[in-house]
Each structure stands twice: as C-alpha cells, then as structure tokens.
Ligand binder design. Structure first.
Ligand code: SAM
Ligand code: DTB
Ligand code: SF4
Length: 326
C-alpha cells in the first residue's frame, strides 16, 4: 500500500528537536536558511511589525556572580560603579518617559545573583507602578524562588528575563558561580507562577557554531518555548575575561537569528544587545530572518544602544512599525 505521509508543517512549534537537527539548520545555504525563516515568520507574525522594549538598570554593579561578559560583576575591574536599588518613583518616572518614547514593555534589571526577600516590597512597588502606566512589565533580577516568582506575578509582572546565555557545553567557560540547572530552575518557577518567559543568550563569546546550536536546542526543548527570545551580540567590556573574544561574523549572526525563528516559531525573537555596532543593512537582514523585537532608548543597562531618532528613521525607511498589540 502506498502510504502518503505529509511532511510536518515547518511552522508548527516542536519540542522534540535534536541537537543534530538544530545544527543541520546552521549548515543550510545562507539564502535558503533566511528564506525558510522568513516564511515561518510570516505564518505567525506580521513581518512589518516590531515589538519595542526599553531597559532600565534599577540596581547597577557590584554583582556577586562572575559572568565573564558582564560590566557589573564585582569580580572584574570595569569602571562601572555599584549603586543602590532605585526608588520606585525614579523608576516609574523613567517608565513614563519610555512610554512617551514609544516603548511597549519596560524591563527593570538588577545586578543581583538572586532576589532577596528584603528587596521584594520595593521591587513590587516599581512593578505595580509601571504596570499602572499601561506598559507591559518585565524584570531581570537574578535567580528566584517559587514563592518570589508568585509575589512578582501578584505585583503585576508580565515577563521575567533569565537567559541561558550559551550552550550547555560552553557554559562553564562563561560563568562558574551559577549552574545551567540553576537557570532552568528559575525559569520553571517563572512559568509555574504564570508569567511569560524571556530567555535567550549571547553570541560572540568565543563559542563554536555547535555551541550556538546547543543554546538554541536548549531553548527549543524547554517545556514551553520562551515568549521572548533575546539574541545578544556581545558588547565587549574592557576588564572582563571575554572582552577579547573574536567578533561573530555578521552572516553567522544572521544564521543564529534565522535558526532561532525556525526552532521557536512563535517566540518574539529580539535583536538585542549589539545593535549599536550593526549597520542598518544588517539589522534589516535580521528582521528578514525573523527578528521582530528590539530594545529602544539610548542605553541598554550599562552600554549604548541606538538613539530614538536613529531607530525611528530606520523603521520609517524599512516601512516597519511598532507591533499593534504586543
Ligand atoms: N543579574 C541578572 C542576571 O544575570 O540574571 C540580570 C541582568 S543580566 C545583565 C541580563 C542578561 O544580559 C545576561 O544574562 C546576558 O545574557 C546579557 N548581557 C549582560 N552583559 C552583556 C554584554 N556585555 N553583552 C551582551 N549581553 C549581555
Ligand atoms: C537581555 O537578554 N539583554 C538585555 C536584557 N536581557 C536584560 C541586557 C543587555 C545588556 C548589555 C550590556 C549592558 O548594557 O550592560
Ligand atoms: Fe551579575 Fe547578571 Fe552581570 Fe551575571 S549578568 S554578573 S548575574 S548582573
């Protein structure tokens, strides 16, 4: 009997990717990979729309972790001064300005290894204040317990950012004070509390293509694909161990975006840190390959990002607009 098996629809989300399958996508001819990613992108999203987030570092520097890329680790001399946790009012004022500038989501970042219960009331006040402005709320505060995740959700937190950073095999070259499993546990607490996850990583830390596939494989086989998937191009920070890593080739960077789109088809793939040193053409190629989210505003946490007017001109020239309902 001739059994016709229809090939699986490549736009449908899957959680059973193997590492070899993800690695094989990286080996496709470049234009074929980008074309496939663009097709999948169109199945779930309007490709002319971009989700716009804005960051604020609400507690900078002095961090106990040793993430080898980070300006804020107390382990490295980077010149970034440690600050105290900002007052809720200062944060809400900054969020008000971000909203006026077009941000849809406001992300509060703290240079903490983990959230301390003593800081919860202040953090909760920031979150509820930002939420009351009509913005989507996001925070990245280090590791969370299950109870802390529930408390943040109750305060009005929509998204929690916690990255896997790199593939499991390269991870210990990047950070040794927190395990991959620690990160997966925090993500589980975030999901269990009913929040959306924002989880991705960094390229340009000296990792191999196989490691990049390892990161995307880890993300694609999570119990739920990340709602937002930030792909950061390393911002090299003088004084950190990874500052001298060879930059990732621009075409390889686009491959990472395209494979992210293919393995997590319904995630918002964010062209995250690194736009400051990317040409307009490269960013356009990233949007073609499936990126549909960016950070706006002139600073990320401690490093530069394109200014508002630069991005407004880019979007206008590309015929793109902010996502209607982020
Ligand atoms: N301390 C919290 C944590 O690490 O969970 C939250 C803030 S941390 C700065 C958030 C993420 O930003 C990191 O996981 C990393 O992926 C990214 N990041 C930090 N420094 C970066 C750099 N120099 N270049 C690119 N991405 C970076
Ligand atoms: C993410 O993946 N990238 C953002 C956000 N999550 C918190 C942070 C990028 C930080 C870039 C380096 C800096 O500005 O210090
Ligand atoms: Fe600390 Fe986060 Fe920087 Fe790691 S990435 S050193 S946890 S602020």
């Amino acid at each position: 009997m001739n059994v016709h098996v229809r090939p699986a629809d490549p736009a449908l989300p899957r959680h059973d990717w193997t590492l070899d399958e993800v690695a094989a996508l990286f080996e496709l001819p470049f234009t074929e990979l980008v074309f496939r990613a663009a097709e999948v992108h169109r199945r779930w999203f309007d490709p002319t729309e971009l989700q716009l987030s804005q960051l604020l570092s609400v507690k900078t520097g002095g961090c106990a972790e040793n993430c080898g890329y980070c300006s804020q680790s107390a382990s490295f001399k980077t010149g970034v001064a440690a600050t105290k946790l900002m007052d809720a009012k200062t944060v809400i004022d900054a969020a008000t300005e971000a909203k006026a500038g077009g941000a849809q989501r406001f992300c509060m970042g703290a240079a903490w290894r983990d959230l301390k219960d003593r800081d919860l009331p202040k953090v909760a006040a920031m979150i509820s204040g930002v939420k009351a402005l009509g913005l989507e709320t996001c925070a990245t505060l280090g590791m969370l317990t299950a109870d802390q995740a529930k408390a943040l959700k109750a305060a009005g937190l929509d998204y929690y950012n916690h990255n896997l950073d790199t593939g499991p095999d390269y991870y210990d070259k990047v950070v040794t004070t927190r395990t991959y499993q620690d990160r997966l546990d925090t993500l589980e607490h975030v999901r269990a509390a009913g929040m959306s996850t924002c989880c991705g990583g960094i390229v340009g830390m000296g990792e191999t293509r196989r490691d990049r596939a390892g990161l995307l494989h880890a993300l694609a086989t999570l119990p739920a694909h990340p709602d937002s998937l930030p792909v950061n191009d390393l911002m090299p920070i003088k004084g950190t161990p990874l500052a001298g890593s060879a930059p990732v080739d621009a075409l390889e960077f686009i491959r990472v975006i395209a494979v992210a789109r293919l393995v997590c088809p319904k995630s918002m793939v964010r062209l995250s840190a690194g736009r400051e040193h990317m040409s307009r053409e490269l960013q356009a190629l990233a949007f073609l390959a499936g990126a549909n989210s960016i950070f706006i505003g002139g600073t990320l946490l401690t490093t530069a990002n394109p200014e508002k007017d630069t991005d407004a001109a880019l979007l206008a020239d590309l015929g793109m607009r902010p996502m209607a309902s982020a």
